[in-house]
Design a protein around this ligand. Structure first.
Ligand SMILES: [Zn+2]
Length: 190
């Protein structure tokens, strides 16, 4: 009885990351989680973690993507991983533009922060979220133009976003990370 109640409570939270996807796809992910097959499936598709471990490395990684795809967009003044970004609220990354008066000019300071959970993720997931935040330098809304720009930078954007959300759903359901062993090897202090 208690278990049933917990399941009833956790179910809506489990699928929050997949809201908006066709019910059949959501049910498939739920089934894979229930059968403990989602983690292995993700690991098979994305076998390795990336090595972008520090904020400095992340700055360079974001800079390279920006140079390749959005050369004319304004420069970024700050790029970092951010522990404070709450995955629960679905904020995986954050881009901010802070307008400051400098002399008699208004200067915009642009920052990108990426949720720390992406440090222990495959490169494809990091790329997806960075592409998302970079696209916001040009388009602020999540409209058609925005997703066209995302797909221009990463042709597999939609598949990556779905797989990323499947992973987040697995995390939310309490499943262990498909890359837990690799992460432990990269974080010897923990
Ligand atoms: Zn966004």
């Amino acid at each position: 009885m208690a278990l049933r109640r917990i399941q009833a409570m956790s179910r809506p939270r489990r699928i929050q990351y997949l809201a908006g996807y066709p019910p059949t796809l959501v049910a498939e992910i739920q089934r894979l989680i229930d059968e403990e097959r989602l983690g292995p499936a993700l690991r098979k598709r994305y076998p390795a973690l990336h090595t972008v471990r520090s904020d400095r490395a992340l700055y360079d990684y974001v800079g390279d993507l920006k140079t390749n795809h959005l050369r004319s967009a304004p420069p970024l003044s700050h790029v970092s991983y951010d522990n404070g970004l709450h995955v629960i609220r679905n904020a995986l990354g954050l881009h901010t533009t802070i307008a400051r008066v400098q002399g008699n000019k208004l200067k915009a300071k642009r920052e990108i922060r990426i949720a720390t959970l992406f440090r222990d993720a495959p490169e494809a997931f990091l790329r997806m979220i960075v592409v998302h935040e970079l696209a916001h330098l040009r388009v602020s809304d999540h409209d058609r133009a925005f997703y066209q720009l995302c797909c221009h930078m990463e042709p597999d954007y939609h598949q990556l976003e779905f797989d990323l959300r499947a992973w987040l759903t697995l995390r939310e359901a309490g499943g262990s990370s498909p890359w837990a062993d690799d992460a432990a090897a990269l974080n010897p202090d923990i």
